[in-house]
Design a protein around this ligand. Structure first.
Ligand code: GDP
Length: 377
């Protein structure tokens, strides 16, 4: 009884990890994200998946269905409520997504094309991940391009490999060994995840095909497992506001808006917020909080639901509760004076007891950090 009680409390207290996809252009990042989304939709569980601003939320019930086939080989105790996947792959990316100086990505998937090996942007990303000590997995994508590959739709990788002809497996093996060597020359050890005896030190590699879906269940399961093993402290829910600006853009009817990821806490219409701007800190008042229209977001443009307040933790622990307290992690903010705001930096809220000058200098620190990263890469 105690064991099950404690797992229940864990479930209530952990937020969903935020996952980012990185890699060189054309390695299949977009296709891989589409595959995860579609496979879920095809499973008839679209209702649970919520399209958010700049991100997609996958509730654990969905992920479980997908990953159940692999869980005979990888034991996972599902503790997190789901995964929030940032939609724009390789977004001004990970290097720019900061909340109070640390990256908001809890875990990354670095996509490598098995036909091309490590490419310049892959190497850049690898070095950044190393510097940030961000846990990550490698998706060794496009395995279906190995000669004579026989696809087994959405199959776990070991199952499909066992069904391939020996010359196909030999090609796969030799390409993988080559890439393993290239990763080693970047100062990192990597192993196929099912052969990896030390996942804390050695990077796990998951062979995938974004076209056939092979290996995708493994990738999701490994992602869940890795975050639960390494990030429990970071995933503890808290009420303090933590939010990062994902994008600054003009939205028809709203002028310049901020797309943000609300990691922890709650935002309200009328809140005074402080964000980093190219010409100095921006202090403004939230005019309205917007989320995409449920179910319509993919077909209808410029249709948003307005909210008086939005809470992050609800999105991860419970289904949306009331219409005014909508649950979301990806949110659009309309306010005046947002021109020149900088994507990838923290958003702070002015509370009664706060010193506004402190908040202003705090948001500008992120800009300094971003500049340092640019200099290093
Ligand atoms: P991105 O630039 O990394 O987002 O790459 P895309 O997702 O746009 O994919 C680039 C190209 O590779 C597209 O033509 C995809 O259809 C193709 N592609 C992506 N993943 C796979 C895969 O697993 N197998 C094969 N055969 N083609 C793929």
């Amino acid at each position: 009884l105690f064991a099950s009680l404690s797992s229940l409390t864990n479930l209530a207290r952990l937020r969903s990890p935020i996952l980012c996809v990185l890699g060189h252009v054309d390695t299949g990042k977009t296709k891989l994200l589409d595959k995860v989304r579609k496979t879920n939709v095809q499973e008839g569980e679209a209702g649970g998946i919520t399209q958010q601003i700049g991100a997609t939320f996958f509730p654990m019930t969905n992920l479980r269905k997908l990953t159940d086939q692999v869980s005979h080989s990888v034991k996972v105790d599902y503790k997190i409520p789901g995964l929030l996947v940032i939609d724009t792959p390789g977004h001004e990316s990970f290097s720019n997504l900061r909340s109070r100086g640390t990256s908001i990505c809890d875990i990354c998937v670095l996509v490598v094309d098995i036909m091309h090996g490590l490419e310049p942007q892959t190497i850049e990303s690898l070095q950044l991940l190393k510097r940030r000590r961000c846990p990550f997995l490698v998706a060794l994508n496009k395995i279906d391009r190995c000669y004579d590959w026989q696809p087994n739709k959405d199959s776990p990788i070991q199952d499909t490999l066992a069904k391939q002809k020996s010359h196909t497996v030999r090609e796969f093996e030799s390409r993988w060994q080559g890439i393993k060597g290239e990763i080693a020359s970047q100062g990192l050890n990597a192993d196929l995840y099912y052969e990896n005896k030390n996942p804390r030190k050695v990077v796990s590699v998951v062979p995938t095909s974004a076209i056939t879906g092979e290996g995708v269940p493994d990738l999701l399961l490994l992602g869940i497992q890795l975050t639960q093993k390494m990030l429990v402290d970071r995933l503890m829910l808290s009420e303090a506001l933590e939010a990062t600006v994902l994008e600054v853009k003009v939205t028809e009817g709203f002028g310049t808006t901020l797309d943000i990821i609300l990691v922890h806490g709650e935002l309200h219409e009328g809140d005074t917020i402080v964000v980093c701007g190219m010409q100095g800190p921006i202090v403004t008042t939230i005019r309205t909080l917007l989320t995409p229209h449920p179910m319509k977001e993919l077909r209808v443009k410029n249709e948003y639901v307005h909210h008086k307040s939005i809470e992050a933790s609800m999105a991860v622990a419970l289904p949306p509760v009331t219409s005014s307290l909508q649950a979301a992690m990806g949110v659009k903010i309309a306010a005046s004076g947002l021109e020149g705001a900088v994507a990838g930096t923290s958003l702070l809220r002015l509370e009664k007891e706060d010193d506004i000058e402190e908040l202003k200098s705090s948001v500008m620190e992120d800009l300094e950090e971003l500049k340092k990263d640019v200099d290093k890469s």
